[in-house]
Design a protein around this ligand. Sequence first.
Ligand code: NI
Length: 136
Amino acid sequence: MKATVTRKAHFNSAHRLHVPTWSDEKNRSYFGLCNNPNYHGHNYELEVSVTGDIDPLTGYAYDIGKLKNVIEKEITACFDHKNLNLDTLEFKTLNPTAENIASVIWQKLRKHIESKYELTVTLAETPRNIVTVNGK
Ligand code: NI
């Protein structure tokens, strides 16, 4: 029997969505408020789900304490209270949309979670705007 364990986390970050090859007008019209030249913040809510077989000895599908620690070290410590465009290497040239942030988080976590486990990352930029990636 498989089980999925989910750990929630939270970080606050600033960003600006912008495509450098587009005109200011096109950027404004496409990205709206998220194109504000002086950046703005979001309260990101993260959910990381790991699916695996329930270990008959421990009863765990995945050690959620281990998951908590890797999220804190690899994600929260890097992105919380940061300007994603200016303060992080990952988004120096990558547009920090919720899709791209979720993908970067997935890639960072995948390095620490063995491939036998399925990994899904869900990121809410606002309570109503939510993106999910699973590496496919
Ligand atoms: Ni925004």
